[in-house]
Design a protein around this ligand. Sequence first.
Ligand SMILES: [Zn+2]
Length: 174
Amino acid sequence: MSFRTGSGFDLHRIVPGRKMILGGVDIPYDRGFLGHSDGDVLVHSVCSALLGAAGMKDLGTYFPDTDPKWKNADSLRIILPEVHQMIAKRFSVYNLDITVVMEKPKLAPYIDSIKKNLARTLQLDVNRIAVKATRTEECFLIPPNEAALVLVSLLLREKRTVSRKPDARRSKTK
Ligand SMILES: [Zn+2]
């Protein structure tokens, strides 16, 4: 059995006139993430880590922000499933560790929903997903209340290589 690690990073500004969608959860707040898609900084970071672990290119290569197709796209329901599909032939996700760096709002009430959303999309047990929120304690690594940063590390498990006599029934139901 072989494993591959991946790391993800994404940073989005928080601005008026946008919904705050994080991990597919619509968080009630007076501002939201700027972005060409829905701006879901957490899902983008997960996608980046998945692509990295699989040895592929950056997210923008596959989902360019110049393409009107992705304007306001639902990152959890459209972009993440596509990325998952790209890697799912060769890999399954083993675990995910996510850190959200953001001052406001408090994320604790939404973390279970975020984990469930990711578990469903990635066909992964929810116990293999960690979502932690942290603040910069006035170090201003990022402008306070003006941006959110999400770091991800994850592990992919390589699926067994296809045998020379493929079982037709099994490959059909995959
Ligand atoms: Zn992004």
